[in-house]
Design a protein around this ligand. Structure first.
Ligand SMILES: NC(=O)c1ccc[n+]([C@@H]2O[C@H](COP(=O)([O-])OP(=O)(O)OC[C@H]3O[C@@H](n4cnc5c(N)ncnc54)[C@H](OP(=O)(O)O)[C@@H]3O)[C@@H](O)[C@H]2O)c1
Length: 390
């Protein structure tokens, strides 16, 4: 049977667009996907058509592939099925709206938007226009993430009561990011929370929330956040969020209980300073019968352990370690691209693994953390008005 082919339009030519395009160009069969395939039919750069052309040549994108010097031209191209939005998060709302209004499906990089109000409008627009829309939280589509979620659902570590997740980089912030880079520039919605903290929250949500049947998922009942501003720009250089969920997983049957989580991110200290996991796991998912530990980085983990609780004096605790590979030497973004293709093939507007409702709840958590920490962004990038020139 012929595979279902998706025709991609790439919006922006920066770092993550490069990584995504490389993965799109790998042969799906190498990762065991024979049902879908990908073609890049157009690339747009906001700076010039020659920049887009240079990107096409550099990345060896097969011809024909159109090169555009504006995003407006890209979304008007009738040969494009879906737009991959790879601009800074400050621009995600305006850029995704542009694509949706032009009748294009959208895969938009994380963080989805600057705030939940913008995310809601994107989802409403996609629904109204009968278009597919997904936040590109690629980690959710890794076989490793799927396995961990399945283990939780099967009760492998009992009732999960606490999750601790950290995504911290340990940078020389002034030297590496300065003041203008999108990581710390408030005009580009910079800061650790929206860029890195989203992954800590991803692990909290995909283990404590997403593992429940849809009807039992409940947003956090309490959120407490501490934010440390970066002295040169005011963007957050560190954010820690404590969350309580009114549910436990995989079931709430043994006793009516809550689960707790700690989601952390920091630019100046690292999750794993030795880059050898000597600091311990980046994620601990703790249940009544044991725990699952995921080694970092949390956005692209390669290994997890299931540790069973020691039950008697003589019995040793059981530890099972699992390594997950990236076929074809890929980065791992192809799994989310395959998901987009399958959703389009099946006429779905959203992905079950990253549903709109969950993206919005996570944005609401980040809104609340920013409210408590006093972190605001310029009015224009917090705005829900469209179109707006940024
Ligand atoms: N999934 C992941 O693992 C991952 C990793 C890194 C980043 N990201 C996300 O991807 C997005 C882009 O990150 P990146 O690292 O690729 O950033 P980047 O290297 O700075 O690239 C961003 C691109 O956006 C375009 N752009 C449009 N308006 C812009 C403006 N006002 N200022 C700067 N750039 C502008 C530019 O391309 P043109 O001029 O060619 O249009 C630029 O090259 C962010 O939302 C980030 O959170 C995701």
């Amino acid at each position: 049977m012929a595979s279902y082919n998706v025709r991609w339009g790439i919006m922006a030519t920066g770092g993550i667009a490069t990584t995504f395009v490389r993965d799109l160009l790998t042969d799906p069969k190498v990762r065991g996907a024979s049902d879908v395939s990908h073609t890049i039919v157009a690339v747009a750069s906001s700076s010039s058509a020659s920049r887009a052309e240079e990107f096409i040549v550099d990345k060896a994108i097969p011809r024909p592939c159109a090169a555009y010097g504006s995003y407006e031209e890209l979304v008007a191209d009738s040969s494009v099925d879906v737009i991959y939005v790879a601009t800074p998060h400050s621009h995600h709302f305006q850029n995704s709206m542009l694509a949706l209004e032009a009748g294009k499906h959208v895969l938009c990089e994380k963080a989805f938007t600057v705030n939940a109000a913008q995310a809601k409008i994107l989802c409403e627009t996609a629904k109204k226009k009968n278009l597919f829309l997904m936040e590109a939280v690629w980690t959710r589509y890794f076989p490793l993430s799927v396995q961990v979620r399945d283990l939780i659902k099967q009760g492998a570590i009992g009732e999960v009561l606490r999750v601790i997740a950290d995504n911290s980089t340990g940078d020389d912030v002034e030297k590496i990011w300065g003041t203008a880079h999108r990581m710390v520039n408030k005009d580009l919605a910079g800061g650790a929370l929206l860029d890195l903290g989203i992954y800590s929250l991803t692990w909290v949500f995909q283990t404590l929330y997403h593992t429940l049947p849809v009807t039992q998922r409940k947003p956090p009942s309490a959120i407490s956040a501490h934010i440390t501003p970066y002295h040169l720009t005011g963007a957050d250089e560190a954010t820690t969020i404590l969350l309580s969920f009114p549910t436990t997983t995989p079931s709430n049957s043994t006793h009516p209980g809550e689960s707790q989580a700690v989601a952390m991110t920091h630019l100046r200290v690292a999750t794993d300073p030795g880059e050898d996991n000597s600091a311990g796991p980046a994620v601990r998912i703790q249940g009544t019968k044991g725990e699952i530990q995921v080694d970092g980085p949390v956005w692209r983990p390669e290994r997890y352990r299931v540790i069973s609780k020691k039950t008697g004096d003589s019995e040793a605790s059981g530890i099972k370690e699992v390594h997950c590979s990236f076929p074809g030497n890929g980065h791992g973004m192809y799994w989310e691209a395959d998901e987009v293709a399958r959703c389009l093939r099946d006429g779905k507007l959203e992905s079950e693994s990253m549903p709109w409702e969950e993206s919005i709840v996570i944005m609401e958590v980040m809104d609340e953390a920013r409210r408590q920490g006093g972190l605001t962004y310029p009015e224009s990038i917090e705005s829900t008005s469209y179109p707006l020139k940024l």
